[in-house]
Design a protein around this ligand. Structure first.
Ligand SMILES: C[S@@+](CC[C@H](N)C(=O)[O-])C[C@H]1O[C@@H](n2cnc3c(N)ncnc32)[C@H](O)[C@@H]1O
Ligand SMILES: CC(C)=CCC/C(C)=C/CC/C(C)=C/C(=O)O
Length: 308
């Protein structure tokens, strides 16, 4: 995804969900007593979701808001739009990196947020470990919002089987949410958070429906996020988009035509995963480990008592 301008013009559903989720979950953030909070947003994109919905809820004298994204073009666009805002900066960061995280970012944040990004990542455990490591050793929290399922992934899968588009989509699996085929996304992700070391975990799976009003609206949204268009010659983009719409309409039956036959609406039922969790303070971690080992020893002693 590199079309920052295009994305900023066609991200209604992402903006709608971010605003709604923050209204519901913002009260869960544990702000610092001194109010000098540092927040990192992951997969910031064009920056408008961060600046319009997250930046305004920061404590009055917050220390920093950092937007980050794997796309340099997205960060350059966001920098151009928002660099005048106080205590705000933008960094290129691959949240799924297996390399060392930038030294000046490790353990540097009280809060990590991410909206509509993590479904772009197959190695969820690596992403979670990196998020954990970016949070302060004395503790912090995160709010992670991404697609568990979306019909767009079914469209990609079907297009990748066509002779016309398969040459450009051999790695289609990389762009399908890793939870799209899961029988229990909530349980799966809760387990990953626990295994990473997070506590106070709350994972919700929200069943939602978005209506794309009209063919051009749908096509604009596809153009803004579809990772395969950059690989296809411009002269064939319209043909790809027509095939996309045909699959939505006929294979998935998600097109609704009004009585007058003119207006088309496209129905997108999807599941949004919302995860809030805390990184325990180091001392809390040590205490947790101590409690676990004492309980284990007590269990063993009890067992021995019964045997003898
Ligand atoms: C759909 S946009 C979401 C942008 C913004 N958070 C919003 O809600 O509108 C997804 C963003 O995630 C970024 N992204 C994808 N993979 C990433 C990765 N491994 N690390 C960081 N950002 C990534 C993309 O470059 C893109 O800007
Ligand atoms: C009816 C239908 C298939 C709509 C899907 C439209 C669409 C382009 C959804 C994109 C979902 C997505 C991957 C969003 C994102 O990453 O921001």
């Amino acid at each position: 995804m590199n079309q920052a301008c295009l994305y900023q013009r066609a991200n209604e559903v992402q903006r709608y969900d971010a605003e709604e989720i923050l209204q519901e979950y913002a009260e869960k953030f544990v702000w610092r007593h001194d109010g000098l909070d540092c927040l990192l947003d992951v997969g910031t994109g064009s920056g408008d979701v961060l600046m319009d919905f997250i930046y305004p809820i920061m404590p009055k004298q917050f220390q920093s808001v950092v937007g980050s994204d794997v796309s340099r073009k997205m960060m350059q666009f966001a920098e151009k739009c928002y660099s005048r805002e106080k205590q705000c900066s933008f960094r290129v960061l691959d949240i799924a990196t297996k390399d060392k995280l930038p030294e000046d970012m490790v353990g540097g944040f009280d809060h990590v947020t991410s909206f509509y990004c993590l479904h772009w990542i197959q190695n969820q455990r690596q992403a979670l470990q990196n998020i954990y490591d970016l949070l302060r050793p004395e503790g912090g929290d995160c709010l992670l919002v991404f697609l568990a399922t979306n019909p767009v992934f079914d469209v990609y899968k079907l297009l990748s089987k066509s002779t016309q588009w398969s040459p450009y989509m051999k790695d289609v699996h990389r762009f399908i949410s890793p939870l799209h085929y899961s029988s229990d996304p909530k349980m799966e992700y809760t387990k990953m958070l626990k295994e990473t070391g997070f506590t106070d975990i709350q994972v919700d799976l929200k069943e939602k429906v978005y209506i794309y009003e009209g063919l051009e609206t749908l096509k604009d949204n596809v153009k803004a996020v579809c990772p395969f268009l950059d690989r296809i010659p411009l002269s064939r983009h319209n043909s790809f988009l027509d095939d996309f719409v045909n699959i939505v309409s006929h294979d998935l039956d998600l097109r609704h035509i009004e009585a007058n036959g003119e207006i088309q609406k496209f129905i997108s039922p999807y599941k949004l995963l919302v995860a809030y969790a805390k990184k325990p303070a180091l001392i809390e971690n040590l205490l947790n480990d101590l409690i676990i080992s004492v309980e284990a020893e007590a269990g063993e002693a009890e067992e021995k008592k019964h045997i003898n």
